[in-house]
Design a protein around this ligand. Structure first.
Ligand code: FES
Length: 164
């Protein structure tokens, strides 16, 4: 089990920064370009940590508060890095009525993180998702591309062990 919440330090490279600055210089004069810049930044870094938000703020002149507000409002932006194993629990209706909420809670407990976070060792990240089209297997959990269905919360530790 991971010891604490996501504390994976930001490790951007000079190449990534140069790519981001290139994107910003191409787009920044265009109206409404902040969101596209943020999306491209997330593509470059894999997520949008505060360090990257600060770079965008400095280079575009948009206040950091505005960038932070957008990145927390829209679910497409990740403020935390994703783990090597991306755990997603389906909270769609069919899964939810069959107990996926309990599975989600159990995962939070076992991994000692909240939804949207990743473990300190960078191994697991946890997210909730909508219907993944496998309602017949409800409740469903995915780890990267692997689907686990008809689960109970008590099966969670055993499944996680397979990825250790
Ligand atoms: S609601 Fe979970 S797979 Fe459809």
């Amino acid at each position: 089990m991971a010891e604490k919440k996501c504390t994976v330090p930001f490790q951007g490279t000079a190449e990534q920064e140069a790519e981001l600055m290139q994107v910003i210089s191409e787009l920044k004069e265009e109206k409404g370009s902040l969101m596209p810049i943020m999306q491209r930044a997330q593509d470059i870094y894999g997520y949008l940590p505060i360090e990257v938000q600060t770079m965008i703020s400095d280079a575009t002149g948009h206040p950091l508060e505005e960038i932070y507000g957008i990145s927390t409002f829209y679910s497409m932006f990740n403020l935390n890095p994703k783990g090597k194993y991306k755990v997603s629990v389906c909270l769609g209706t069919a899964c939810y009525v069959k107990g996926s909420g309990d599975i989600y809670e159990r995962l939070k407990k076992e991994l000692d993180i909240d939804g949207g976070e990743c473990t300190a060792d960078g191994k697991f990240s946890l997210d909730a998702c909508r219907c993944v089209g496998a309602c017949g297997l409800a409740p469903v959990l995915m780890i990267n591309d692997e689907v686990f269905g008809r689960l109970t919360a008590d099966e969670v530790p055993e499944i996680l062990k397979k990825f250790n």
